[in-house]
Design a protein around this ligand. Sequence first.
Ligand code: AVJ
Length: 377
Amino acid sequence: MPSSLDLPRKSAPVRDFPSQVRTFDHVWKIEEDQLTPMRTDDASLGSAALNVNKIDRELFDFARDVRDGFSAPLKFIPSRWLYDERGSSLFSQITRLPEYYPTERELEIFSTHASSMAKALLGSNWKVVELGAGDGRKTEILLRSWQRSEVQFSYVPVDVSPSALEELCKRINTGCPGVRARPRVGENLSVLRELSDARIRGEKICVLFMGSSIGNCAWEDVENFLSELRATLLPGDLALIGFDLIKDSKRLIQAYDDSQGVTRDFNLNLLRRMNRELGANFDLDQFRHEASWNPGLSGMESWLVSLRDQMVDIRALNTSFKFRRWEPIRTEISLKFSPEVIDDLACANGFAPLARYEDRAGDFTDAIWEATDAFWM
Ligand code: AVJ
């Protein structure tokens, strides 16, 4: 790790960084989390403000995250921006690659153990809330088995992307007839809180958070997420969480830098998205995908490395950023867990670990936790 003195200089002093975003014909001022129109004289802006606020909230958040990430000493972009339509479809392809084992392993776990998991749910009425809808392949297997085991439940997939939810519901409605999917568009924990507040007497919540999505952030974010998750639940509620296990780093690197280059396309698509949505002019040939194992973090990191000194304009931010030759942009973290860490995370955040299932190869694990009463924060 180079000291900060060795790092390439930022492309401009922080005070010069843009504080405005352009969307369509309007210019918006960024203040903290607020988006305010700069041209209050514009007669049409009153109603446009409403629309733009709704439609372009995402675009605004994207622009702000890019501005903040490119202003940091080590440039980064939060990984959620990898998942535009093309990114989601590339990720779906990744889950079918021979090197990317987690999806197959979790499928194996559900195929083998779903009926045993069902025992934890028998005797109550459940709302099964899935956070961050995948393409539904794994959910379908799990829910079908729970139906056969006569678990009483309704199914609520939650995602920020309406199109992802639509796909998923199609799959569940045909694959698991009898399960009526009631999709909810929105941010995971705020939707979960609403669902938890609105529950009918005796109804319990079982949260599904699969695919090791929980590892897609820094460790402190894992802790924050879990304590907030616990705070939205009641004692007796359950969480079924997928964790990718620590393994040979050679296999991890292959999983995140596959031979067909799908993961490379997935990562570079972020630059394409900035070009399209923020009016940037990244040359995709001038950046290289890299995946590295960081033992100190216990995580994989994905990077886009600049292959030469270059300036990139971002019209939505009304500015340019400098990228030095070999300068990396971090685009993703994928934490890897040990069984002990998983149990500790449960206990430290107000959950009791009930059961844990692994695939035969020991690559992946799904943990079932129960929210305990002894929780105060
Ligand atoms: C969807 C976040 C679980 O980190 O393994 C796969 C995303 N990125 N290959 C992961 C991903 C590159 C994936 N998660």
